[in-house]
Design a protein around this ligand. Sequence first.
Ligand SMILES: NC(=O)c1ccc[n+]([C@@H]2O[C@H](COP(=O)([O-])OP(=O)(O)OC[C@H]3O[C@@H](n4cnc5c(N)ncnc54)[C@H](OP(=O)(O)O)[C@@H]3O)[C@@H](O)[C@H]2O)c1
Length: 270
Amino acid sequence: MIAFLGAGKLAEAVIRGALFAGSLRADQFLVSARSPERRAELARMGWQVLDGTKRLEEANLVILGVRHFDLPTLLEQVGPALEGKLVLSLAVGVTLRHLSAALPKSRVLRALPNAPAEVREAVTLLARGAHATDEDVALAASLFTPIGRVLELSEEHLDTANAVSGAGPALVFAFFEAFLNAAEKRGLPPTIAAQAVRQTLMGAAKMVMTGTPPGELINAVATPGGSTQAGLDVLARANLEELFTEAIDAGRARAEARNVESEKNFARWL
Ligand SMILES: NC(=O)c1ccc[n+]([C@@H]2O[C@H](COP(=O)([O-])OP(=O)(O)OC[C@H]3O[C@@H](n4cnc5c(N)ncnc54)[C@H](OP(=O)(O)O)[C@@H]3O)[C@@H](O)[C@H]2O)c1
């Protein structure tokens, strides 16, 4: 049995992905929420809603899906019921050290899926705490594999990796929007521009997924003196690599600020 404590947007996307893939059945998980409205909504979906901590003992995996600032309150409420269990947190900004301090008798993991979980093309970053076993990691990974790719990494890289995969979809959406607006600005009818840009992004993404290094892909499509090379020369002047480096640094800095905030929020256990 899997218990989702705090079944909001992200937990719902994970559950729906696993249900769709057939790796989870409605009788294999429990959910909770804070407000009566959300609990009623979850019940209407046919999901089993927890009443306090009564049925938590059935769970062999507990997913913490609340926001980072709500986590200390939740752990005060349910901490003792999580003793001896595998506990996985979805929160950005709460470290394994914070989780282990609040749950000294649990095995802890962190997982950060990204927004394409909605279309079952997520990247889920997974970091394990000191006491989590290979079986624990495999159990957690089996929940996220139906919604995309799972990457296990050491926690020291988590904030940088999340600035790539967590923020990445929005960076790509911004690129898409700029490309689309530019195409329209030069007179393409909006429906043609939208289809041309969307299909180009998808085709290029599929070519990237072959594993061919980007430099080779570029060389294969750009001939010296040709129009593709002329466009690439313009982009080179914008120094995209520097811009992406700054974007990753900015995303990581926000996560680090949340880690500092959690030092205060978890001070009672540290
Ligand atoms: N959304 C994403 O793409 C994404 C990606 C990576 C990581 N994350 C992380 O995942 C976490 C959840 O994000 P989210 O977007 O799913 O947030 P969300 O939609 O706000 O969901 C949080 C849920 O937790 C419930 N909750 C809060 N306190 C509770 C308590 N004491 N007991 C039981 N339930 C409680 C809330 O209930 P009510 O609805 O009744 O208030 C809500 O349903 C965050 O830490 C976020 O940083 C999100």
